[in-house]
Design a binder for this molecule. Structure first.
Ligand SMILES: Cc1cc2nc3c(=O)[nH]c(=O)nc-3n(C[C@H](O)[C@H](O)[C@H](O)COP(=O)(O)O)c2cc1C
Length: 339
């Protein structure tokens, strides 16, 4: 038997697999099934600022900036997953489930984040995942302003709650290492790479734009986990396109301390979690590893780059890879490397 324990957000997890935030994690039944299937922690379905406001009654409902959002939440019955129910879910889960329960919050207004973060912490959540979603659309708003806002969100929540905070990040960030550093300074203990968005398509026959659920950005996740791991005081969790034990092992090698999965369970059900964990253990035994931390981050940039004197020199290495790709030498070299 191999020891799959890992540390994430200050918790000792029995293995690195976490059920990601989604519709799967909004009922006690499902939480119990996930725990039974072997996951080490669960991120609850995100609760949205608009839901809190709806529950606050008609006065606060007027604060929802976009009336169609209000109508949508009402028509889809999302009120039934309003805070009171969420608080009950956390309470029930804490009585019946031994693994950490991570609440997830998605707000818009800066003043609302800490208010609701505190409510979730008081309800008994073990940790909080800040699901910061934005689509940069306004031309007057710079990337610096957006990132500053993210930092303020983390700092304001950190001020009012003592439970660990993780931030689920979008992958379109100009300088992710810098942002990661600033978020850690603001109080983040963990970063989840990456958040997931609707993707855009055009139906030519109907001449219509539509949105669909994408498949996660596995190669981006792998790349950025590898580039960030071990360089900040933050634990990294991978999220996006992890459908097999091999994919989970890759993100662990890159430096993830935890692996969040969602679509795998949506497509194959809760038993797939057990197979995933068993697959990681089988691989470890086959490769002669007895503990997970013997190989977490083995292929992170930090481990591989010890020959580079500083980050600037390493940038030169990345530029070289880019040039090779553009001069056709990368593939030829790569082929022989993988043989
Ligand atoms: C139906 C559905 C609902 C989701 N809801 C949330 C949510 O409320 N909050 C959140 O942070 N992520 C949400 N996600 C994103 C997942 O947590 C995860 O990051 C994403 O699906 C990529 O991982 P995967 O490839 O393992 O599915 C949702 C995903 C799906 C498919």
């Amino acid at each position: 038997m191999a020891d799959l324990r890992t540390k994430y957000l200050g918790f000792e997890l029995r293995n690195p697999i976490i059920l990601a935030s989604s519709d799967l994690s909004m009922s006690l039944d499902n939480l119990l099934r996930a725990e039974e299937a072997g996951v080490a922690a669960i991120v609850l379905k995100s609760i949205f600022e608009e839901q809190f406001l709806l529950e606050g009654g008609l006065d606060s409902m007027d604060k929802i900036p976009f009336p169609e959002a209000r109508d949508y939440l009402q028509s889809r019955g999302l009120l039934s997953y309003a805070p009171a129910e969420m608080l009950r879910l956390i309470e029930q889960a804490k009585k019946r489930i031994a693994i950490p329960i991570i609440a997830s919050l998605n707000c818009q207004s800066l003043e609302v984040w800490p208010k609701f973060a505190r409510q979730l912490a008081e309800a008994g959540a073990d940790a909080l995942e800040l699901n910061i979603y934005f689509l940069p659309f306004e031309k007057e708003v710079s990337s610096q302003e957006i990132e500053k806002r993210m930092e303020q969100v983390v700092a304001s929540c950190h001020q009012v709650v003592s439970i660990p905070l993780a931030v689920k990040l979008p992958f379109q960030i100009t300088s992710l290492p810098h942002l990661a550093y600033r978020l850690q300074q603001a109080g983040a203990k963990g970063l989840v790479l990456f958040n997931w968005f609707l993707e855009t398509e055009i139906n030519l026959a109907k001449r219509k734009l539509h949105y669909f659920r994408g498949h996660g950005q596995f190669s981006q996740v792998l790349r950025w986990i590898g580039l960030l791991a071990g360089r900040f005081g933050c634990d990294l969790a991978a999220s996006g396109g992890i459908m097999t034990a091999e994919a989970a092992i890759k993100v662990l090698l890159a430096g993830a301390r935890a692996v969040q999965v969602c679509r795998l369970v949506l497509e194959k059900g809760f038993p797939a979690l057990k197979s995933l964990i068993e697959g990681i253990e089988r691989w470890m035994i086959g490769e002669g590893y007895t503990r997970l931390d013997e190989f977490i981050g083995e292929l992170s940039w930090k481990e591989l780059s010890l020959t580079y004197p500083d980050e600037q020199a390493a940038s030169g290495y990345f530029r070289l890879q880019y040039m090779k790709a553009y001069t056709g030498r990368f593939n030829a070299r790569n082929k022989s490397d993988s043989q």
